[in-house]
Design a protein around this ligand. Sequence first.
Ligand code: SF4
Length: 422
Amino acid sequence: MEARQDQSATQVKPGRLAASATLGMLNEKYYQDLANAKSDGRPVVWVTSMAPVEMVYAFDGVPFFPENYAALCSSRKIASELCEAGVARGYSQDLCSYALCTFGVMFENRGALDDEAPPAPDILLATEGACATHPKWWEAIQRFYNCPLFIIDTAYTVDSATLSDHQKSYYAAQVEEFAYFMENHTGKSFNMDRLRDVVSLSDQASELWDVIDDLRKAIPTPISQIDVFTCLFPLVTLKGTKEALDFYKELSDEVKERVANGVGFVPNERFRLIWDLFPIYHNMRLLNYFAEFGAAFVTDLYGNAFSGRLDASDPFGSLTERYLSFFMRAGSWGKAEIYKQRAREYHVDGIVLHSNRCCRYYTAEQTDIGNILKEELGLPALMFEANMVDPRGYDDAQVKARIDSFIEMLESRKYPKQQGGH
Ligand code: SF4
């Protein structure tokens, strides 16, 4: 295939962000803080995504996200054995591999950093705000560690415009109750001023993330999808800290500068794509395979899932609005609407859908999303299967052959006159 031969010869080496060095230090410091938490008198709180992590920082706790940690195990190539340890204890191998890998970490009492397991939880905080798997998964963690568990019962809501008063008051009451729960189990007093500070820091970090997301509209797009996924770490784990805010200031300045100077991460950008949805942690380099053809991912929804504006003058109210307004629950038609708008604003040529084998929750709708975008915008779609955490069963050669064909088709649509002419 002409396009593949010509572009792969370019051997793209996307420029590394200078902010990556800061990110590395943040990562290191976070895991050091986590390791020292108990001796420092800080509660370790294992939290699900879409739980109000700001409440943990308000109590000077250290949040630990098993999902994030499973991703780390995957990138360190130990996820398969950890998932297998979960299966050996009777859990289904078809379970979400974030959960399965966490069970392996618990049962084997080891982990991704120097083979050490993360510290056991003092408190567990769960919500089904992102996925119904979470509360059941957290109940299993509770049984294992025998520690207090707080579950926030979350209505199935999508955006702030459609929230009812009783949904808001019910959620806000539970967040307040969690403050009492933390007081009871940690011996620390709740301080509203401290929560306001945390909420303000979280809001400012989200604002900067939204700026970066907007800058991806530039042609050429300034940062890679790998950068987007890796730079999410502070927005997930350190949301509500000054370190996270400082990092996003540095990152957004760097991305702005790239845009001002017309610097793209792919030289001679030729195709602009949407990535849906989860990263493939054991093979992030696959994203750069697209870059070899001049194809850049310019938008995704996963990256925005962790950003959300807050109001420090109304901490409980704004945490409620933010965590009840989760666009990822919008369903296929709702998500397709978001992508349709983004396809126009980000000048998109196609969509790539990673059908994440272990995630029933967000893969069921992907075929519909691809079909809607194809029917209504004529946008070509490529869908392939992988497991986000566990590399077993993933066929790199087969996936790359599918990508080759997809790029060839994009080529014939966008540059018909150049077909065979390189
Ligand atoms: S949304 Fe999918 S990947 Fe996330 S916890 Fe639920 S099943 Fe796992």
